[in-house]
Unconditional design. Structure first.
Length: 251
């Protein structure tokens, strides 16, 4: 990936370069950045689309599932003609069309305790767009060990939540949600705009972090109630007895 902005870059990204504090230096940071997106579904779609559109230089998408008809009310990187195709590969096709100037890596593999280090590596930041807490906790534990920032989000119905995890400085996911909570059963009800809004907030958190502007949701949990259209941000504290980040060796 080039280390300088081209005339193409300066024209394509002119509106965001004009944001105070962003500038050409911020855009160059995006061009040089690598982001790992875990999940190419309802949350992963807006996250990946907006990061690609913003010019993040390297996007790695990981999802082992295939596109299903019931996905299409919310997973906007995919379409009817992609049913049966691996989501990661379908997402890659969409993103390369949206922005052919960036690098898109697709991993149609399952994220597990055994594979997480190999798949994630050490990107600049990780985005949790997963749909089960068991896998989220695997990703969270790895990011705590590797000291990689993680933007977590979840949605259900018209509700959603987002936080920015930056261990050892902030609470990790296990501080907020028990690792041993019961496994989810059955499909999660969700309306497309809910992950659209929450995923867009995740993308904005990533862009702010990479460019160095504004304040992220470090140490705060943003909660959206789409039924009453309310947003609340609550402070969250580290759990000194957290099994993931509470060890003195982790700070």
């Amino acid at each position: 990936m080039g280390r300088e902005l081209t005339s193409y870059d300066l024209t394509r990204y002119v509106r965001q370069i004009a944001i105070e504090g962003w500038g050409e230096s911020g855009q160059l940071k995006l061009k040089s950045a690598s982001v790992f997106i875990a999940g190419a579904g309802g949350l992963g779609s807006p996250v990946a689309l907006y990061l690609a559109a913003a010019g993040v230089g390297r996007l790695v998408l990981c999802d082992s599932d295939a596109v299903e008809l019931s996905n299409l009310n919310r997973q906007i990187m995919h379409a009817d003609e992609r049913i049966g195709e691996q989501k990661a590969l379908s997402a890659g096709r969409t993103l390369r069309t949206l922005n052919p100037s960036i690098e898109v890596v697709t991993l149609a593999e399952y994220l597990s305790a055994e594979s997480v280090e190999r798949l994630v590596g050490v990107p600049d930041i990780v985005v949790d767009c997963l749909d089960t807490f068991a896998t989220r906790h695997i990703l969270n534990a790895y990011c705590v060990r590797a000291r990689v920032p993680l933007v977590h989000a979840g949605v259900m119905g018209l509700m959603g939540q987002v936080t920015f995890i930056d261990s050892p400085h902030t609470p990790c996911l296990a501080c907020m949600i028990p690792v041993d909570q019961p496994t989810e059963s059955g499909p999660t009800p969700v309306s497309g705009p809910a992950p659209g809004i929450i995923g867009s907030i995740q993308a904005l958190e990533v862009l702010k972090y990479l460019t160095g502007i504004g304040d992220t949701l470090r140490g705060r949990l943003l909660i959206m109630d789409g039924l009453d259209m309310r947003f609340d941000a609550i402070d969250v504290d580290k759990n000194p007895e957290c099994p993931i980040c509470g060890s003195p060796s982790l700070g």
